[in-house]
Write a protein that binds this ligand. Structure first.
Ligand code: BGC
Length: 393
């Protein structure tokens, strides 16, 4: 369904204007009565990105608004490959980490910009029990399962349908995850919709149904560097997290089950604080994560859209707000980036070159009855929404 579809006449083509054409245009305009303006349509376009080893052609879709914000997304893994956002002077910069070519993503990516599922983050021991059945999952992280397993939703080719109207430009991605894929039960039908709105937002909505009870945790794994292109580390970014509690982990980054208060710890981001201020504090949790790699319990009622995080880069003036209906948000400070990955435009992604704010159900929920349930049953519809909202001042 849909990867071959072309959307023409809405920004795919470029026009060159010469001075004579512009002058002729003004004369013509002066001679004519003003015509009613057609309704402005936010543009989108589509082009080939590459071919997977299985021979499937994948595309790049560009969504943009009228204020200089532009997202480029591939239907391989639903990856946001670039996100252009103006700084305080109006100059656009690419504020997400990624690769120039599909090969970069195929060679091995730490989930740059991808949709992660069927279960974002970790499930301990790569196993869980549901309704009396024990399920074994694909283990890909020291005996645990991480971000869906060996071939998670970040590595599948999604069916894609672009759309646009007067206030937004979007891409609807659809995937059917077969029963038993990576060990998960039930045939899961998932739709993820990306939209770039007039209000400088990247809006992501998730919808899923299943034919057998399963666990589910869907997220977006963008690595943000609000200065642009991962040219320096994110430790100078100021972060606010709307969370009074977080879920401490063990040495394998599996939650212990505790919902710990942030008061008096390096995890208190209730007022905006530079990320680097406490990242090297003498704290066992920070040692386990090699920095921040923790799930925070978002204040307010899960299911209602509310502020989870706000980040600001003081130099460019760019800010990003994260709003979500999800119960949690994983703040990962890019601790495993070590300079070995060469990204877009030859940029070397060094330690903490990008940060992730992944809205989610809590990691390892299937093993913790005190965590919000991640179980989806036949007849239920999973719905979730996250907004990344940008401004510059
Ligand atoms: C996890 C990290 C992991 C990273 C890349 C994050 O969501 O919390 O522990 O290293 O993804 O895989």
């Amino acid at each position: 369904m849909g990867h071959g579809r072309r959307v023409m006449g809405q920004g795919g083509e470029r026009m060159r204007f010469s001075a004579t054409m512009v002058a002729a245009g003004f004369l013509l305009l002066a001679a004519c009565k003003p015509e009613p303006q057609p309704m402005k349509t936010i543009r989108h376009s589509e082009r080939v990105f590459g071919t997977t080893p299985e021979g499937v052609e994948v595309h790049l879709y560009t969504l943009q608004n009228l204020h200089g914000m532009r997202a480029t997304i591939t239907n391989y893994g639903g990856i946001v490959t670039s996100l252009l956002v103006p700084d305080r002077t109006g100059r656009p910069g690419d504020i997400v980490l990624g690769f120039d070519s599909l090969e970069g993503y195929l060679r091995g990516s730490p989930y740059f910009g991808a949709i992660v599922g069927r279960y974002a983050n970790r499930i301990a021991g790569a196993r869980f029990t549901l309704d009396g059945h024990a399920y074994r999952l694909a283990a890909n992280d020291h005996g645990n399962t991480l971000h869906g397993g060996v071939r998670g939703f970040d590595k599948v080719v999604w069916d894609a349908i672009p759309f646009a109207d007067s206030t937004r430009s979007g891409l609807r991605l659809h995937h059917v995850s077969a029963a038993g894929e990576e060990g998960y039960p039930g045939r899961l039908d998932v739709t993820v919709t990306y939209e770039v709105t007039d209000a400088n937002e990247l809006r992501i909505t998730y919808h899923a149904t299943t034919d057998k009870a399963t666990v589910l945790n869907l997220s977006h794994h963008g690595y943000f560097n609000l200065a642009g292109r991962g040219s320096r580390s994110i430790i100078g970014h100021e972060l606010l997290l709307a969370a009074e509690r977080y879920t401490p982990v063990d040495a394998a980054l599996i939650p212990t089950g505790e919902l710990a208060r942030v008061d008096g710890t390096a995890f208190d981001f209730r007022t905006a604080t530079p990320i680097g201020d406490r990242i090297d504090a003498d704290d066992r949790q920070l040692r386990y994560g090699k920095g921040y790699d923790h799930n925070f319990v978002v204040l307010g009622t899960p299911g209602t859209l509310r502020l989870a995080a706000r980040v600001r880069d003081p130099e460019s003036g760019r800010t990003m707000e994260v709003l979500t209906t999800e119960p949690g948000i994983q703040f990962y400070s890019g601790n495993f980036l070590d300079g070995t990955l060469v990204g877009k435009g030859g940029a070397t992604y060094g330690h903490r070159a990008g940060l992730c704010l992944e809205t989610q159900h809590f990691p390892d929920s299937p093993h913790h009855v005190n965590f919000p349930t991640s179980v989806l049953r036949p007849g239920q519809a999973f719905r979730s929404e996250t907004i990344y909202r940008f401004a510059a001042q």
